[in-house]
Design a protein around this ligand. Structure first.
Ligand code: MG
Length: 387
């Protein structure tokens, strides 16, 4: 069996250069923390993850990861330096870890190709360090403002993370550094200090470390340019027809002898639409978002719920592209109201009318719709999501 890869994610940095009280990995980028983005990027490439954190961040980190696939992640407390923190992570590796990828928690934009290059080099040569060619001219200087020399740019590369190693190599290098009191700014330098060969791999200029407020701005721009994913969702709802209630469909009141029963205004069409929207981004369903045990939602206009669901989608970088809704009712005849329903949905969702389709059908007297015991609605929604 191939050797197991473990990831060590470093979250020791304070937010001081960001002018923050909190750890910068807990900052939110498009509705997700920097840390969660880093873990999501790395996790498909490793068999396990160890998070190295500062003791004082433990509660905040746990809280930020609750409800994510990383809520049970193993954490260890780091030391005063990056090197000491990595050493703490290495000490926590399980027996079966053959390779380790050390990654800065603040490099949350790392892409799959960068990680794969590192992994390939590690299995082939024992080490792999993500890096990019230096674009600026680099000079060696004196503190007094004097320039000493210009370095040959063609041989210079800027090191990033992940930095990957065969486990025994990096463990040995850390022991050596401890014995010889070597303080490296990255892990590769500890192998270099031992005279061991280290392999660089192709990283990405987008794999920035979020350290300053400018970096955060840059990260937002990079996320913004990421291609949108198209996601589809379906929704289905039924409400019972009873006397003494209004019949409201897609926010439009339809005159009828009976109306729909429910905790809210029982707009069955709007509910199917909301479920489809939430389904497209896997955010649960309408009952979770607006519990029918909550008095705040009694007899509420479902257009208010629809507007709120749309905001929730936007908070997740998602936008409705188009929707197709079918209402199934034997009576009343809905054709005269269809245009008004489309206009109402288009207005509430801020969507062009051409992207809002509402249709009505019957079941030829079959089933509960045919017996006029209730009305059902089906909806399909296409959503685009960024990042
Ligand atoms: Mg409902």
């Amino acid at each position: 069996m191939a050797g197991r890869f473990y990831g060590i994610v470093l979250c020791g940095g304070s937010g001081s250069r960001m002018g923050l009280q909190t750890n910068k990995v807990l900052l939110e980028l498009h509705g997700k923390s920097v840390l969660l983005r880093s873990l999501e990027a790395l996790s498909p490439f490793v068999d396990g993850l160890i998070l190295v954190i500062r003791k004082e961040d433990e509660t905040a980190v746990r809280e930020s990861l609750s409800g994510t696939p990383f809520s049970g992640i193993q954490t260890v407390c780091g030391g005063n330096t990056r090197q000491a923190s990595v050493a703490a992570g290495l000490a926590a590796l399980p027996e079966n870890a053959a390779y380790v990828l050390i990654h800065d928690g603040a490099r949350c934009l790392v892409d799959s190709l960068t990680i794969q290059h590192v992994k390939d080099a590690v299995t082939e040569t024992g080490s792999g360090i993500a890096s990019v060619p230096v674009k600026d001219t680099i000079k060696r200087t004196e503190k007094d403002g004097q320039i000493l020399e210009t370095l040959d740019r063609t041989s210079l590369r800027a090191m990033q993370t992940p930095q990957g190693f065969r486990r025994e190599l990096i463990v040995k290098a850390h022991e050596y550094a401890r014995e010889h009191q070597i303080d490296g700014t990255d892990d590769a330098s500890l192998l270099e200090a031992m005279g061991l060969p280290v392999t660089w791999t192709e990283g990405s200029y987008r794999n920035i470390k979020i350290t300053t407020p400018e970096d955060l701005l840059m990260a937002e721009m990079i996320l913004h340019e990421r291609p949108e994913r198209l996601r589809v969702g379906t929704g289905y709802d039924v409400h019972r027809l009873v006397e003494g209630r209004r019949l409201v469909l897609c926010g439009v009141e339809v005159p009828h002898t009976v109306g729909l029963l429910g905790h809210s205004d029982a707009d069955v069409a709007a509910h199917a639409l909301i479920d489809a929207m939430l389904g497209a981004v896997a955010l649960g369903d309408i009952g979770q978002l607006f519990p029918d045990t909550d008095e705040a939602y009694r007899d509420i206009d479902s257009m208010i719920l629809l507007k709120r669901a749309n905001e929730v989608l936007r908070e997740h970088g998602a936008h409705v592209q188009n929707l197709d809704l079918t209402i199934c009712a034997l009576k009343p005849k809905l054709a005269p109201f269809i245009q008004k329903m489309r206009e109402r949905l288009s207005e509430v969702l801020s969507l062009p009318l051409q992207d809002v389709s509402v249709k009505a059908t019957t079941t030829e007297h079959l089933g509960f719709e045919g017996r006029m015991e209730g009305i059902s609605a089906n909806c399909v929604v296409m959503v685009s999501q960024k990042g």
